[in-house]
Write a protein that binds this ligand. Sequence first.
Ligand code: ADP
Ligand code: MG
Length: 147
Amino acid sequence: PINPWHIGGPVIKGFGRGSKVLGIPTANISTERYLDLLSEHPSGVYLGWAGLPTRGVFKMVMSIGWNPYFNNAEKTIEPWLLHDFTEDFYGEELHLVIVGYIRPEANFPSLESLVAKIYEDREIAERALDLPQYSKYKDDPYLTSLS
Ligand code: ADP
Ligand code: MG
């Protein structure tokens, strides 16, 4: 387990690379306020809880990093909320509590192998977040606070 940390902000447009088409939508938030915090944490895949104050609290799996597959120039945070939403929620305040680390960022030979790995990460997050050491953070008031 890691020391939980908190980040949040309104959901913004990402790169629109069609992650949704791959079944992996990621709700992007601006990293501007969190550059120091982000530089303290290694790139990789994390698990935690995501709160949308008007919709609830959901499990999430998130990649932080440079996305070597896409050759990003900026560190991004890409949380995938593990819930089926019937609509998008751009502009809504999204609060994240990051509670665990799954694996370092890696390079993949193909998009297929990247996607397969992300689905594996999701299974790991789904199960880990049911464990008491991680599930207890679901009640963090930050997740449902509006600012
Ligand atoms: P973008 O490049 O704009 O981030 P994505 O293809 O990554 O587009 O889709 C992300 C958007 O899809 C989010 O901003 C959100 O509004 C919506 N969305 C719907 N379901 C989910 C989900 N389960 N997890 C994250 N975002 C979701
Ligand atoms: Mg996205």
